[in-house]
Structures are given as C-alpha cells and as structure tokens.
Design a binder for this molecule. Structure first.
Ligand SMILES: [Zn+2]
Length: 369
C-alpha cells in the first residue's frame, strides 16, 4: 500500500490522487475513493530505547503527537516453533486478545492527535473491542455499531470498556451504514479498521516483529486468514518497506486463507455459513488491494472447509495453543498438502484467542470482526 519512493507521509486518494493530512478525520475522498497511506523509506525501523510496546517501531509509524500515543503494551507477541520449517506467530496475545490492537492503538492515537472526543466504529467482535479499549485508554467516547444477533459476550466486552453499543436492525452492512451516518455528523471521528489506512499502518508492525525475531530476516512464506484483508495489507506494507529499505532481499509469499463457504478473494460466490466468522466478508471494500498484495508477493488465496478448520483448531489446542476458528483457518491451510504453504521458513499468524469464540459457532457471510 505504500509506494516507498515517497519522501514524506501522506494520505492519498487511490482514485483521484487528492492528498489529506495524516491522521485527519477524513476517511473517504469526496470522489468516493479509498485513502492509502504513503510512507517514506526508513532504514532503521526500531527505536532501541523506545517503549516496550508497538511504539518500539515508532520510526516507521505515522508521525502522531507523542502525547497522543496511548498504549496498553500491545505488540511484541511470541514467535514459537511449530513444526519443521514452521513457526506460529501468537498474535492473539494482545491486550484485547486479537491482532486488532495493533491497528487500534495507532488509529486511536491519530484520533486523539486530531482532538477527537468521540469515535465511532462498526464491527461485531475483535475490531470493536480493540477500538473500545483504546478509546477508553485515551479518554475518548466510543460508539460501536454491531449487527443484530451479535453474541452477548462480545457486547459485554465492548460495554465493559465503556463503549456505547448500537445494535443495527439488520446485518453487518446495516451496522456499517449506521456507523458511516454517525461519522458524517460533526464531531465524530470514524475509527474504521477498513477505511482508515492508519489501521493497517499499525498492523504492519507484525511484519517488523517477525523480521526482528528471525534475526532480521524475512521468512519465505507467511500464512494469514483473510476477510477484509487487513493482515494481508499489513504484511504487504511491512515487508514491502523492509525490501525498499534494503533490509530484506525479497518479500515473503502471502498465503491468504478464506473459509470455503465465503471466499470472494478466490472468486467464489458465498455458499453458506462458516465457523470462521471473522473472515466471513462477502464484499471486502479493499478486496482489489488485497489481491494485488497477494499477487505482488507471489502468493495465493487458499480456501479451507469448516471441518478442516475445526480439526486444525483442535490440533492447535492439543499443542497448547487455543485460538478462535478464524485463526485456526491459517493452520488448516498449512496442514493441507494441496496448499503451497510449506517451505523451509513459514510463519503462520494466529490472530484471535480461543476465548473469543469458545463454542464452534458460526454466522452468516457478511459478518465481520
Ligand atoms: Zn478522490
């Protein structure tokens, strides 16, 4: 997402080229285009004397006021050996138990830096919880729009952080529409994990961590679940920047994993429900960018069936790692001999904790985290 030849930070409309201040409340160009974040080339991405949190990577993060940089000690998650040539990135070990904290901490810092007193988001789980927690940390009021039928546990987590929870009459798209209406009202900052490019700027730190944990080298393959594709875009941005800075020779191949029942990135029509609710996104707004990132890496979109996801989840749990089905989809892909995920150095990103979804559950395509 970041043509690295740029010398300064800016948010740019991908359609008409108009530029916007980094971290501003603008979340979509007036022409309707999506905003992308352009970043300069940084050859020393780590601040060795910096805080022990995601802000360790402040040199490669958007220039936000220091006073606005809230933190809950996010990031810096373990990379542990899983099998011959394979490592698990335990990215669910974050303050709100999912990788979304990486994006939320940067986005809320931007909102705070812009003087926002109220943020609105739409989600039915991990993203909404992360936004609610970091908004609380920053003393900002959060309103989270969720679809009807959102589980009581997720509502409880968001409410516990003090968020105003609005249940839309309808599906995930209805929740997004409600949030977007609110975002257009004066005084509201749209903390969207899909539209705001600063969210992906936080997520990209997972690439920098993997690089550091591997002794400043890139793996050959990274396997991630993909719904809206923020992890794909983060991996693409992070390793793309490392290549541009001359710190790695080539970016890893991205294996983006979707549930077979909802795999638009594989060119398939949704066919039903899936236990991997976090990646059941029928129409990802940044889908074309996600596909471009996968292609740029020489990677593939892989699909896995629900029984394989549940089997992979059980396999992980018996190895000491309990994740939600969405995260287990990545491990299911690695275990599938027809998926080109294995190499001498593969990292499988496990993005959400098992407590997020204790039962096997499932919901309709179009749901989102
Ligand atoms: Zn535009």
């Amino acid at each position: 997402m970041s043509p690295p030849s740029r010398v300064s930070w800016e948010e740019v409309c991908g359609d008409c080229g108009q530029s916007f201040a980094v971290g501003s409340a603008v979340w979509r160009c007036e022409c309707g285009g999506l905003l992308d974040l352009h970043a300069p080339v940084i050859t020393e991405p780590v601040d060795p004397t910096g805080p022990w949190s995601l802000w360790r990577y402040a040199p490669v993060l958007p220039p936000l006021p220091e006073a606005a940089r809230v933190s809950l000690g996010e990031g810096l998650t373990p990379l542990v050996p899983a099998a011959e040539g394979c490592w698990w990135k335990l990215d669910f070990l974050q303050p709100t138990l999912s990788f979304k904290d990486r994006g939320a901490v940067v986005l809320i810092a931007a909102a705070a830096g812009a003087g926002a007193e109220r943020v609105v988001a739409d989600s039915s789980g991990n993203a909404g919880t992360a936004i609610a927690a970091y908004a609380a940390r920053a003393g900002i009021t959060a309103e989270v729009w969720v679809p009807a039928g959102t589980s009581a546990g997720k509502l409880a987590a968001m409410s516990a952080h003090g968020a105003i929870v609005r249940v839309a009459e309808g599906d995930r798209a209805a929740a997004a529409a409600g949030a977007a209406r609110r975002a257009d009202e004066p005084g509201w900052y749209y903390a969207s994990h899909v539209y705001q490019p600063l969210f992906v700027a936080g997520v990209k730190t997972v690439a920098y961590e993997i690089w550091e944990q591997r002794g400043r080298s890139a793996p050959e393959v990274v396997v991630v679940p993909a719904g809206n594709g923020t992890l794909v875009l983060g991996i693409d941005a992070g390793f793309g920047e490392l290549v541009a800075a001359g710190l790695v020779a080539r970016r890893p191949r991205i294996v983006a994993v979707q549930a077979a029942a909802c795999a638009p990135l594989a060119g398939l029509e949704p066919t039903g429900t899936t236990v991997a609710e976090g990646i059941a996104i029928a129409q990802p707004p940044r889908g074309h960018q996600v596909l471009a990132a996968i292609e740029r890496s020489g990677g593939v979109v892989a699909t896995v069936e629900d029984p394989a996801i549940l089997d992979a989840r059980a396999d992980l749990a018996r190895s000491g790692v309990w994740v939600e089905p969405t995260a287990a989809a990545a491990w299911a892909a690695w275990r599938d001999p027809t998926v080109p995920a294995r190499s001498t150095a593969t990292v499988v990103v496990l993005c959400g904790a098992g407590l997020k979804s204790p039962g096997t559950g499932g919901n309709l395509p179009g749901a989102d985290r």
